[in-house]
Design a protein around this ligand. Sequence first.
Ligand SMILES: *[C@@H]1O[C@H](CO)[C@@H](O)[C@H](O)[C@H]1NC(C)=O
Ligand SMILES: *[C@@H]1O[C@H](CO)[C@@H](O)[C@H](O)[C@H]1NC(C)=O
Ligand SMILES: *[C@@H]1O[C@H](CO)[C@@H](O)[C@H](O)[C@H]1NC(C)=O
Length: 215
Amino acid sequence: MHTDSGLPRPASSLTGLSLLFSLVPLGRSMEVTVPTALNVLNGSDARLACTFNSCYTVNHKQFSLNWTYQECSNCSEEMFLQFRMKIINPKLERFRDRVEFSGNPSKYDVSVMLRNVQLEDEGVYSCYVMNPPDRHRGHGRITLKVLLEEPPERDSTVAVIVGASVGGFLAVVILVLMVVKCVRRKKEQKLSTDDLKTEEEGKTDGEANAEEGAK
Ligand SMILES: *[C@@H]1O[C@H](CO)[C@@H](O)[C@H](O)[C@H]1NC(C)=O
Ligand SMILES: *[C@@H]1O[C@H](CO)[C@@H](O)[C@H](O)[C@H]1NC(C)=O
Ligand SMILES: *[C@@H]1O[C@H](CO)[C@@H](O)[C@H](O)[C@H]1NC(C)=O
C-alpha cells in the first residue's frame, strides 16, 4: 500500500503554486491598502493611510483621487480632499483645517492626516483612486473609532515576532503575485485596445466608471 503515498514532491509543490496563482485577485478594482479599522485617542492625530498598487506610473494630469467621509451607514459621502492635477482641499466645516495631505501620488501613497481627532469624527473614510491608463478604480475603506482613554497595554512580544515573520513572508508572496497580475492585466488591456479605441471615441466607458465613483 505504499504506491499511493501521495504525489511525488515536485508535482505537489506545483499544485500548491498554481493554487496560489489562482488566488491572484483578478477583480475589476485596483488594490488599495488601508487599515480597515483605526482606533484613535480623542485629541490626537490620526494618519489615514492609503496606498495603492498600479501597473502604471502616476501621471499627474490623469491621476484622480477622492477622499470622502461618511458619518453613518445611511449618510451620504462628503468629499473632503481631492486630487485633480493638484491637491484640492474643500475644507468641510466639520474638519475645518484639520485635514492635511501627507502622501505622495508618485509613490502610490495618498494618505492624509486628520489632526486633533474629535468624537464626532467617527465614521467611514474612503479613498478612491484612478490611475489611467489602468481602467480599474480602487477603493479603500477605513472605519475610524475615537477612544476616550488609552487602551491597556498587553505583552505581545511573541505575537509581534510571529506576526512579523509571517508578514514578511506574505509580503514577498504578494509582491510576486502583483508582478504576475500586472503582466496579465497589461496583456489583457493590450488585447482589448482595439475595441477600447472605438469605445472611447463614443466616450462611454470611462464616464460610466466615474459616475459610480461620485456616489
Ligand atoms: C476630547 O478632547 C478634547 C480636547 O482635544 C476635549 O476638549 C474634549 O472634552 C474631549 N472629549 C471627551 C468626551 O473627553
Ligand atoms: C437607514 O435608513 C432606513 C430607511 O431609510 C432605516 O430603516 C434605517 O433604520 C436606517 N439605518 C440607520 C443606521 O440609520
Ligand atoms: C472623484 O470625483 C469626481 C467628481 O466628483 C469624479 O469625476 C472622479 O471620477 C472621482 N474620482 C475617483 C477616483 O473616484
